[in-house]
Design a protein around this ligand. Sequence first.
Ligand code: HEM
Length: 468
Amino acid sequence: MLRAADEQPAIADDDPVRFLHDPIDYLMRVYRRHGAGVTNAPRRADFVFALGAESNYAIYSNPDLFVATGFLFPGPKNSAQRRLLSGIFNQNGDRHRDHRRAMMPTFQKTTVAAWRDAMAEVCETFFDDWRFGETRDMSAEMLALVVRLNARLLLGVSDVDLVSQLEKATDEWMALNTPLTVASSLSLDLPRSWYDAALASSERVESLTKQLLELRKAQPLAGDDLLGVLLRVQAADPSRITPLELVGQTAHMFAAANQSTRSSLIWTLFLLAQHPEVMAELHDELDGELHGAAPTLEQIERLPLLDRVYRESVRLFPPVSYYTRMCADATELCGRRLNKGTTVVFSHYVTHHMATTFADPQRFHPDRWLSANPTPYEYLPFGVGARTCIGITFAAQVGRIALATLLQRARLTIVPGTQVNRKVTTILSPRDPMPMRIDRPGRPYQSSIVGGDVHDMVHLPSTLAAAA
Ligand code: HEM
């Protein structure tokens, strides 16, 4: 028999404000206390945490019932914030399906495959600036690399400076919006200054996005880059993508593309730097197959350890750590009755850290992928179904080319004592700089003792050895 959502016990001593401050810690506590399934936020019938494969399946396979509401709070009428709701993360139904279709030329396999040489060139030129013996903040470096790649390929522009400004503005906008959206669903009051800051940042995002579109318009519109594709679709049929939606789609795509890809790269470098034996084995694989060059698409297929490392890294640190949906109608989820309008939080991070699917889930163990065979609802770094990541092929190819090129050119060692803490805006990133020393590649690879809440997320052998 179904129980009404408000009849079940709340999470007694867990103030949901903590969810705003540290969603990963909060969601893992909910999971440890209540297990997989649906649990209410304390004293709230219309805000639930749905954890595990069963709820992931229900949510992802019913996109018209569990609808997307995006990461933006609505903002006042006639504000930039309100106008920017017009992108893919807030779309549902036929409009969403049609806009996804319209953008597909950029993301299909053949388009992305044809960008292999450009991806390799951007990576090689970027790493040419690095010198042995220097220390760089790899978190900033990976973001700068992703911005260059995305500017050239996804956006079709060469003004990296403008793209970097938009990236900063978008990151700030997302960081302010995510807690505001969650707080409003939970009826929690946040300081007025947060709203004002979010509104101001939405104006910056809108203005820079318009500049970017003008810049792209000034060039020939041919090309498979996203802006070229969107502008052509609009020119052919202005009602299919309105001017408002053009700006909204561009801003949302931008928000989706940069931090997520950076997150996958920086956490992979972190994990490899902290697991010297895996790094040494990977170096042998790369050196043996590539002899210093960036991989071709055929060679990527012959780098099985790189594939396992990437998969394991986005399992442990899924760039999209959680997301939300809203019930468009009253429904049932994992045996619980949910009212229309209920906010549902689900989590890729928690799903990937379930020992019932992944033995010793906090351990970085790429070889688990020699036999692991999770369902698409147990392992879903890119989502699944109608709202699956549209950029999956692009992100996967960039990830492999960037990592294979970098790791043949440099041995990276984290500066000992670095504090590695998380920042979660739904995207899981390192909060602070991650300084790493760059040396000539090859043995000996060495891990370092680091501090911070990263130890909640992964068991590092260096720390275990130091404690023994
Ligand atoms: C490693 C990098 C990336 C990861 C792990 C990732 C992950 C995800 C996930 C989990 C979702 C589903 C969110 C949901 O449930 O609503 C998603 C959606 C999306 N991603 Fe990615 N993403 C990455 C890179 C990219 C890139 C490069 C783009 C290019 C623009 C992109 C564009 C999108 C878009 C537009 C959506 C929304 C799709 C929709 O709602 O129909 N992502 N991504």
